[in-house]
Design a binder for this molecule. Structure first.
Ligand SMILES: C=C(O[C@@H]1C=C(C(=O)O)C=C[C@H]1O)C(=O)O
Length: 253
């Protein structure tokens, strides 16, 4: 599960980290396509599930994350749980690799923000209204999307670490001054962001095609490519940068 970029600090270059982010685009887009197979299915979210205190979705998240925690998922810094309260400990022996990140990474979890935009803003843009009764599949598919998006956003730790290591003389004064705006300026590359938005839009157009042996001229995509570009421009990239800033603010502690 660990990406090449986090196995050894010598491997950590900005190019490698960016490559990892590019590969994660594919995962995110395929998971959105998967979720778009189901309509909104609102009982997944609204109803109290059996004797559980929350919705079916919350139950699936809590139980799935508990199992994944036991098999070591959250030993990976970029994997952050959505339901962190009372997670069972990992049964897997800790990795021998020396840590690449500052320990501050462990205290930065912005999954509440991710949960909020995913359900309140994004989902209505790509899931059609309706109810087909597939609530369990809908909930696991939502969790798949959330986990892929969260991993991508919390990968900001590595982006920040590599940017800091490449130019400590630029970052240290802003960190000492706890200057959020200054840090945000230092780590932002607008040309890269424009390229990312264009690339994910194109990927969504390619991955979301119906593949037919005879071209039926149906150009409809399974997920609207402009929604994917918006997902990156409005939420994923700004939140990746927020993770970077939060990490850098604590980088010299
Ligand atoms: C991730 C990076 O940092 C920032 C965030 C980006 C993103 O989330 O894709 C892209 C460019 C930068 O403004 C990067 O420089 O690659």
């Amino acid at each position: 599960m660990a990406a090449a970029a986090n196995s050894n600090s010598d491997n950590l270059t900005l190019d490698k980290v960016r490559e990892a982010l590019i590969r994660q685009e594919d995962t995110i887009i395929f998971r959105l396509i998967q979720r778009a197979n189901f309509p909104v299915n609102s009982p997944t979210y609204d109803e109290k599930f059996a004797s559980f205190s929350g919705s079916l979705l919350q139950f699936v998240v809590k139980e799935t994350e508990a199992l994944q925690s036991k098999v070591g998922r959250y030993e990976n810094p970029e994997e952050q749980p959505f339901s962190p309260e009372n997670l069972p400990p990992s049964l897997v022996p800790p990795q021998a690799n020396p840590p690449v990140l500052h320990p501050a990474a462990a205290s930065i979890n912005i999954n509440e923000k991710i949960w909020d935009f995913y359900f309140n803003r994004l989902l209505p843009l790509f899931a059609v209204p309706g109810d087909d009764g597939n609530y369990a599949s809908t909930a696991s598919s939502d969790l798949d999307c959330l986990q892929a998006i969260s991993r991508r956003i919390h990968y900001g730790y590595y982006v920040a670490e590599v940017k800091f290591k490449d130019a400590p003389q630029d970052y240290e004064p802003a960190i000492r001054a706890q200057d959020r705006e200054g840090l945000m300026k230092l780590l932002t590359f607008e040309a890269v962001e424009e390229m990312v938005k264009k690339r994910v839009e194109k990927k969504a157009a390619v991955f979301g095609q119906d593949v037919c042996l005879v071209d039926n001229g149906n150009g409809k995509c399974k997920v609207d490519p402009s929604v994917v570009s918006r997902l990156y421009g409005e939420w994923i990239m700004p939140l990746t940068k927020l993770v970077q800033v939060e990490y850098l603010l604590r980088r010299l502690d």
